[in-house]
Structure formats: structure tokens, C-alpha cells
Design a protein around this ligand. Structure first.
Ligand code: G4P
Length: 285
């Protein structure tokens, strides 16, 4: 489900998330490992107001492993706890409660000193739509309780759900908007399917993506579309025209654009990551 974010929705989502953050000890910020920076909400850091957080680079199974390592190193350099996971594998999620308890060790020790025997650690998942918040939440609490619908503003009586160790999770994730107002960021998000491509035309997204793959993942293109070095070196728009013909779409450039986007999303071009630490991001938080 795609949310259409209007200023009113953003205000409301922000208020709700800020309210929930007050109730937790630690925030689990879920991002897409294929675009760890572009899939963040631009205002989350402000909203956190000093709360510790774990950055969860989810869908790591779809991301370029070498680049995921670069991202994890960059987080570590910033003293930011981070973990890359594939939420479809419960085993990989086990580290999250352990990380949370380690980060909150002092707070837990203080509570124990005050006579609380098993102090719980309260957390919530936060992130933009489709990054895997509900999947992570469900796996952590081992129940299918989370509302998967991407609807901010659906309030109900909230509950705390028990996860491993002393971790308790808020039953609904906090949903925030992506940074879709920056062109490049918008195209990265659209190419992975994180936002509706209707924000841009398929052509724009595909052309940007093709150029990115030519520069970063040329071998994958060569293999899937059987391209030689000369073809690979064509300007992106010429390559797109060439592929349109080569794959039998005649003059229907739009269909090739759509095909390319689908190939990227379905992993036909292998694993990929659309940004590396330090890439220029116009709109920083
Ligand atoms: P959200 O709450 O943040 O909105 O995301 P949600 O958990 O609903 O997950 C969005 C989609 O991403 C789901 O696919 C889910 O299965 C998939 N997903 C979540 N975590 C991972 C992961 O680590 N790796 C991979 N490969 N996929 C993951 P879906 O419901 O089938 O939606 P769609 O695929 O039809 O878009």
C-alpha cells in the first residue's frame, strides 16, 4: 500500500511518532540496506531527542554485500549501533535484543540497583513504508500481531509485546515519510519500489537506474542483457533505445523502461546498493 503524503499527514505522523518515542528506551530505526541514507526519514534524528537507537539495515539479502560492509563501517566510525539483516531469517534478528540490552546496560543496572529484578527494555520500530518494519516486529515477538497496513493515524490501544530477553516492543511500528523531495533520492527510492514510481515517470527512473548500473554494476547488465563492452559504454539513453530494440519491444521505449525497473526490483540484476557512505545527499538531517 502506498501512502500519499500530504503536509497534514506528515504533521500527524510526526506528532504520533514523537509521542511514542517518549515511551521507549531505544528506537529501532529500520532502513533499506540498498539505500541506507535515502530510505531514512529526514526528521527522525530531531524527533529522537537523545534516545539511543539501533540502525537496522534490512533487506540485506538484496543489497551489495561489499557496500553493506562499507555502511556498517561508517556507522561504527560514527559510534552508531547498526546491524544488517534479512528479516525473513529469524536467526539474524536474535542480535537485536542483545544489542539493545548492551546499549542500555547502565540504565538496566540502575534499575536493578533500585530493586527491580527483571527490568524490561522498551523499544519500537520506526521507518518509512516498505522497509520491513512489520516483518521485523512480527519476527521479534514471534507472533503475527503487527498491523501491516501502511496507515499513519490508525490509532488504537497500544500494547507492549514481549520479545526475547527483557525486550518489549510497541505493537505498531512508527511510520514516517521518505525524503522524496530530492530528485536523486526520489529516483533511488522509486527504483527499489520503496515509493510509487508515479512520482516520477518510469522513463526517468529507468534511465537514471540504467546509468547507475552502467557505472557501478556493468557486469550484471552485460550478463542479463548479453551486452558487449561497446554497448555497455553507450550513453544511457542510447543504451535504453538499443535494449528496447534488442529485447523485442520495437519502438516501445516505455516498455523497456518498465522491464528494466522490474528486472532491478526482482533481483534479475543481482544484489545492488544505490549509494555509498559519503555520497552527496542534498537534504541532510
Ligand atoms: P513495512 O512494515 O516497513 O511497511 O514493511 P513490511 O514488513 O510490510 O515489508 C515490506 C515487504 O518487504 C514485504 O513484502 C516483506 O516480505 C518484504 N521484506 C521485509 N523484510 C525483508 C528482507 O529482509 N528481505 C527481503 N527480500 N524482503 C523483505 P511483501 O509483503 O511481499 O510486499 P511486496 O514484496 O509485494 O512489496
Amino acid at each position: 500500500a502506498q501512502i500519499h503524503w500530504f503536509p497534514g499527514h506528515m504533521q500527524k505522523a510526526r506528532r504520533e511518532v514523537a509521542e511514542k518515542i517518549k515511551q521507549v528506551d531505544i528506537v529501532l530505526e529500520v532502513v533499506d540496506a540498498r539505500l541506507p541514507e535515502s530510505s531514512r526519514n529526514p526528521m527522525l534524528l530531531e524527533m529522537l531527542s537523545q534516545k539511543p537507537r539501533i540502525s537496522i539495515l534490512n533487506k540485506a539479502d538484496l543489497a551489495d554485500k561489499r557496500r553493506t560492509k562499507l555502511w556498517l563501517d561508517a556507522y561504527e566510525k560514527d559510534d552508531q549501533s547498526a546491524i544488517a539483516i534479512d528479516a525473513q531469517h529469524a536467526r539474524q534478528l536474535k542480535q537485536i535484543p542483545q544489542m539493545a540490552e548492551k546499549i542500555l546496560a547502565e540504565k538496566i543496572a540502575r534499575k536493578k540497583a533500585r530493586g527491580i529484578r527483571n527490568p524490561h527494555v522498551r523499544a519500537m520500530c520506526i521507518g518509512i513504508p516498505n522497509v520491513g518494519k512489520s516483518t521485523i516486529l512480527n519476527r521479534l515477538v514471534k507472533k503475527n500481531v503487527a498491523v501491516t497496513g501502511n496507515r499513519p493515524g490508525v490509532t488504537k490501544n497500544q500494547q507492549w509485546l514481549k520479545a526475547e530477553g527483557n525486550l518489549e516492543l510497541l505493537d505498531t511500528p512508527g511510520i514516517l515519510w521518505p525524503k522524496f523531495d530530492d530528485q536523486i533520492i526520489g529516483k533511488r527510492l522509486a527504483l527499489t519500489g520503496a515509493i510509487a514510481e508515479s512520482v516520477f515517470t518510469d522513463d526517468d527512473v529507468a534511465l537514471w537506474g540504467l546509468e547507475y548500473f552502467q557505472a557501478n554494476y556493468a557486469q550484471a547488465l552485460a550478463k542479463l542483457y548479453k551486452l558487449n563492452a561497446d554497448e555497455l559504454a553507450l550513453p544511457a539513453h542510447e543504451l535504453m533505445t538499443h535494449l528496447t530494440d534488442k529485447l523485442g519491444f520495437g519502438e516501445e521505449y516505455d516498455r523497456m523502461a518498465e522491464r528494466f525497473i522490474n528486472d532491478v526490483r526482482k533481483g534479475e540484476l543481482g544484489t545492488y546498493t544505490l549509494e555509498v557512505p559519503g555520497d552527496k545527499i542534498a537534504e541532510r538531517d
